[in-house]
Every structure is written in structure tokens, then in C-alpha cells.
Ligand binder design. Structure first.
Ligand code: UDX
Length: 442
């Protein structure tokens, strides 16, 4: 198999490096010259556990280029991994995807197998085949092969996938899908070869179901606060039912990232386009937005004014363990706090450079290199993601460094019982207000 991977973002780069590490020769293409130059030097352009070491050791099997002719001509299999972002109206923006198809039409010199790893609207597989074959004299087999990797666990997801879903439309497609699945079956995993519509739908239905679980528990969290219950205990109790399970029931300030926000909107749009009412997906989206307001209102109720206060922000990536700030819940929260004229000091172990690019003209935001520097002399701290570093903080860290240890934990990282000596507010759990003194600046 001569594999070319088009689009070296999360999905593409992780696939390229992983397949190369297994001994396959991989050609990686991206339009971003800077990215290609770094990759050629063996520098991973993403923060992902084990990605750098795997790239270093697999470099002899990898070629990187911005020349689509070279990338497409010699490939027997072209994996399309470009992003399909959300358009203004919530629909899926397929511009990048179609640009790749146009390159294939221009450069293809023989029959090829197109493997769609990007998340695309249901029905895309068949449209792709028609589009390519109406404009090229070559024959194209098109396989839908949705990617389910999770950031921060991408390499381990590759090594041990939960499942491989491949969508095809004929018997030849079944044979090709089996060959492709074989590439990823280093460990045993369920393989489902099904219709292309099913495969495309499975991706949306899975992501939206997980997002729905998060919004459900967040909605329950809002109610827990009113009735004096503790959402973490409620989720724990629910999880003993194996039909429910414990995953994706962590209450917080809501989901962000490059997948859930885009895919919930995408599915809602696809449903509307097909005249199917999907209010459950709409509610998932609405609850997720309301979770930010819910968190902010807690802060506003606590402080008459935030003007001039020192606000420490821990965590601006959409979750811990990544440098990705796309659709991070930290963005609207920091914006809102800035509008209240607070002074903000931000720390995130990985994402500060990316976050800084979004807030270039703000003089009241400071970025620091250690969590303690953010906490130093803060009047309040907002914890916005579940980075390991924050999970390991102890009440004494807040007490020692802050002017007053007032904590708003948007990810329920600590047990309320353990936060002695602090004023501790979280999501869907009773607040703890110990007697704390304001002390002089350090
Ligand atoms: C997700 C899916 O998990 C993955 O299968 C799919 O391929 C892409 O989208 P990812 O975006 O990397 O992966 O992040 P994930 O770990 O799923 O978290 C998404 C968001 O939900 C984060 O903001 C996280 O903080 C939040 N979340 C997750 C919760 O608020 N509560 C939870 O219980 C789980």
C-alpha cells in the first residue's frame, strides 16, 4: 500500500506517525509550509503523549511535503484527514475537504482508494465517488473510516482502538476495508464493516451521545444545587448501573474542543436539513452554553464587583493534557471577567501560547510560568480544566499564596470535605465557606 495522508492536524499527524512506526512508508501532505518544515526536521507540531518519540524513531518511514502532485500521484491509498469546521449557520464547512478532492482530480494518474477519516455529513461518501468520477477518467473506491481518537490519548487510542468502523458500498469495498482495518489491528478490536451512511452516522451519533451525557449531568448539577444534593455522589450512584456506566458523567463548565461543539451543531443541522426534529441535540448545545453563565453567575453573586480584583485562572485548554484551545469554555469566561475590569493572571501547562493569540490586545491579562505565580496575591482563583498539575494542588497551596483562598472550581477537581481552610465553590455540590482571612500581599 502506498499511503498518502492529506491534512496533518490531530487526526492526520497521529495516523501518519503511528502507521510509520509500524514500518509503513507514509507520505504526509499539508498546505502549511511551516508545519511541513518542522515535521521534516522531526519536530512534532502537536503536544500529544509519545507523539514526539514515535515521530523521531519513525522519521525514516515518513516523507512530508506541501506539493500535492507528489503526494497524490504515487499513492494507492489517500487518507483525507483535513478539518471540517463548523460554518456560521452550524452546518459543516466542507471547503477544505473539496479542495482536496479537486487536487485529487488534478493530480491522480491511476485508480485510487480514498479513505475518509475527516468527520463528514452523512451521504458524503457517495457524493465523493460521484464527484471524483464525474471529473476524472480514473476509478475511485471510497471508504468511510471515521476516527474516534481523543486528544491526550491519541497514540494509545491508535494502539488499542475501541472499535474500527468502516463504511463501504460494494463487495470490492469490503475487501479494501478489511485490508485497511488490518493496518490498525495490532491488538484485537471489534471491526464493523457496514454501509457508508452507517459509518458516517456512527461518528455523529457517538460524539453527540457523549456530549449529551455531559449536558445531562450538568443539568442535573444545576438542580442538585437547588435541592442540596451533590452531583458527584449522584453520578457515582448512577454509575453502578452498568447500563449507565461512569464515563462522561463529570459535571463542570461544559464541553469544548474541536469535536463535540462542532459535531452537535453538525448533527442538529443535518437533522433539520432532513426535516427531523432533534431537540435532544439542541438541548445538549443549549445546556452547554448555559453552563458558562451558570459558573459566571456564581462568581458575580459572590463579588459585588470584580473591578481591580486579582483573578487567577488555572487552565485555558479545553481540557487538561492538551495545548488545544479550540472552543475552550475558558474563552467566554475570561472575556466576561475582563469586561468586569478584573486583573487576570493565567497559567496553563500547555496552552498559554495558543490562548495568548486570541487575546492579543489585552493589557490586563498576565501569563505566568508556574501555577503558584498565578495564585500569588490572587483574590479569587478560577479552575477551568482538569490538568494533572491542578488536580495535585492542595488546600495549603491556595492558602499560602492567595490573598484570600476563594476558589471557583469549574471541574470539581477536589473533594469538598478536603478543602479545609478555604472558601470553595464548585459545580452541583454544596459550597464550603470556612472562615478565611484576607492577608497582606506577598
Ligand atoms: C472527543 C471524543 O471523546 C472522541 O472520541 C472524538 O473522536 C473527538 O471528541 P476530545 O475532544 O479529545 O474527544 O475530548 P474529550 O476527552 O472527549 O472531552 C471533551 C470535552 O468534554 C472536554 O472539554 C472535557 O473537559 C469535557 N468533559 C468530558 C466533561 O465536561 N465531562 C466529562 O465527563 C467528560
Amino acid at each position: 500500500m502506498e499511503i498518502t495522508i492529506i491534512g496533518l492536524g490531530y487526526v492526520g499527524l497521529v495516523n501518519a506517525v503511528y502507521l510509520a512506526s509500524l514500518g509503513h512508508e507514509i507520505f504526509g501532505y499539508d498546505i502549511d509550509k511551516n508545519k511541513i518544515s518542522l515535521l521534516r526536521q522531526g519536530v512534532a507540531t502537536l503536544e500529544e503523549p509519545n507523539l514526539q518519540s514515535l515521530l523521531t524513531e519513525s522519521l525514516p518511514n515518513l516523507r512530508f511535503s506541501t506539493n500535492h502532485k507528489d503526494a497524490i500521484r504515487h499513492a494507492s491509498h489517500i487518507f483525507i484527514c483535513v478539518d471540517t469546521p463548523q460554518d456560521k449557520d452550524g452546518s459543516v464547512d466542507m471547503k477544505n475537504f473539496y479542495a482536496v478532492l479537486d487536487n485529487i482530480i488534478e493530480d491522480s494518474i491511476s485508480d485510487q482508494c480514498i479513505v475518509i477519516r475527516s468527520t463528514v455529513p452523512v451521504g458524503t461518501n457517495k457524493i465523493v465517488k460521484q464527484y471524483l468520477e464525474s471529473k476524472s477518467s480514473n476509478h475511485f473506491d471510497v471508504i468511510s473510516f471515521p476516527e474516534f481518537l481523543s486528544q491526550g490519548k491519541a497514540i494509545s487510542n491508535m494502539i488499542q482502538p475501541d472499535r474500527l468502523i468502516l463504511g463501504v458500498n460494494d463487495q470490492k469495498g469490503v475487501a479494501l476495508a478489511k485490508e485497511i482495518a488490518q493496518l490498525y489491528l495490532i491488538k484485537k478490536a471489534p471491526v464493523m464493516i457496514t454501509s457508508s451512511e452507517n459509518a458516517e452516522m456512527i461518528k455523529y451519533a457517538s460524539n453527540c451521545f457523549l456530549a449529551m451525557k455531559i449536558s445531562y449531568i450538568n443539568n442535573i448539577a444545576q438542580l442538585c444545587e437547588k435541592v442540596g444534593a451533590d452531583v458527584d455522589k449522584v453520578a457515582k450512584g448512577m454509575s453502578y448501573d452498568p447500563r449507565i456506566g461512569e464515563s462522561f458523567l463529570k459535571a463542570g463548565i461544559g464541553y469544548g474542543g474541536s469535536c463535540f461543539p462542532k459535531d452537535t451543531n453538525g448533527l442538529y443541522w443535518i437533522a433539520n436539513d432532513n426535516s427531523v426534529s432533534m431537540e435532544i441535540v439542541k438541548s445538549t448545545i443549549d445546556i452547554n452554553k448555559s453552563q458558562v453563565e451558570f459558573f459566571l453567575n456564581k462568581i458575580y453573586r459572590r463579588f459585588k464587583s470584580l473591578a481591580g480584583l486579582n483573578v487567577a485562572v488555572l487552565g485555558v485548554a479545553f481540557k487538561g493534557g492538551t495545548e488545544d484551545v479550540r472552543n475552550s469554555q475558558a474563552i467566554p469566561i475570561v472575556k466576561a471577567i475582563l469586561e468586569k475590569n478584573a486583573n487576570i493572571t493565567i497559567y496553563d501547562p500547555l496552552a498559554m501560547d495558543n490562548f495568548q493569540k486570541l487575546f492579543t490586545r489585552h493589557t490586563r491579562i498576565k501569563y505566568v510560568d508556574y501555577p503558584y505565580d498565578a495564585l500569588k496575591n490572587a483574590d479569587v482563583v478560577l479552575i477551568l480544566n482538569d490538568s494533572e498539575e491542578f488536580v495535585n494542588l492542595k488546600p495549603l497551596d491556595f492558602i499560602t499564596y492567595m490573598r484570600k483562598p476563594v476558589i471557583f472550581d469549574g471541574r470539581n477537581l477536589y473533594k469538598v470535605e478536603s478543602m479545609e481552610g478555604t472558601e470553595y465553590h464548585s459545580i452541583g455540590r454544596p459550597s464550603r465557606v470556612d472562615k478565611v482571612k484576607t492577608r497582606k500581599s506577598l
